[in-house]
Design a binder for this molecule. Structure first.
Ligand code: 5GP
Length: 216
């Protein structure tokens, strides 16, 4: 057991973060990686890079053919295509990180999250939202990067996504970035204390105690 964590340091957890556009999930994820050392799964996408985006950092930018190949070779943990572009989580990296004991964060949409939860019921799923509808709209318009039409589409999508919130294990209201990140870190740590994530301890304990008693 590692020091002072209160739990067995075994396999890493799969952590899924989704949320309304503008709720701040990307900033939360970035901070969890930079300040708390979580591993991040870089998604593959067929969409074009936006200004400043780097291949292998923000996304793996690949062609439609390459994406289809990944699907047919079973190399994606989950994927979803919408408005002409596809997004998916490369499986190998995620599984390797978890095997090495690192908690991995996937920042993906509600459809992808449902696929992950179905394949890996032990995954921890968190939905991020803004304090209220007004604040979400303000954040999206405040960015100034999207046209009014795009903002409207994203707000409309938020209404559709409300239907999926109940399927997540947790919902977190992002009113203060630093506090939200702190809560998120505690939440993930607490999941390690689930008995299901500490089965190895019980097995080892039983064996060791049996050996001890036999030696008395
Ligand atoms: P954007 O094009 O703005 O970077 O992302 C659009 C949407 O795709 C966001 O909702 C984002 O969470 C989602 N997304 C990014 N990567 C993945 C992925 O690997 N799988 C799925 N299902 N959705 C993703």
């Amino acid at each position: 057991m590692s020091e002072h964590t209160g739990y067995v340091k075994g396999k890493g957890l799969l952590v899924v973060i989704s949320g309304f556009s503008g709720a701040g999930k990307s900033r939360i994820t970035k901070k969890l990686i930079s300040d708390y050392g979580y591993a991040y799964s870089v998604s593959a996408t067929t969409r074009n890079p936006r200004e400043g985006e780097q291949n292998g950092v923000d996304y793996f930018f690949i062609t439609k053919n390459e994406f289809e190949e990944m699907i047919s070779n079973g190399k994606l943990l989950e994927y979803n295509c919408y408005v002409g572009n596809c997004y998916g989580t490369p499986k190998e990296y995620v599984l390797r990180q978890m095997e090495d004991g690192h908690d991995v964060i996937l920042e993906i949409d509600v459809n992808g999250a449902a696929q992950v939860k179905k394949a890996y019921p032990e995954a921890v799923t968190v939905f991020v939202t803004a304090p209220d509808a007004f604040e979400l709209k303000n954040r999206l318009t405040g960015r100034g990067t999207e046209t009014a039409e795009v903002v409207k589409q994203r707000l409309q999508r938020a209404i559709e996504e409300t239907e999926s919130v109940k399927d997540y294990d947790f919902m977190i209201i992002n009113d203060d970035l630093d506090l939200t990140v702190k809560h998120m870190d505690s939440l993930i740590r607490d999941q390690h204390m689930r008995t299901a994530n500490q089965v190895s301890y019980v097995e080892t304990f039983k064996k060791e105690m049996t050996d001890l008693i036999n030696g008395i």
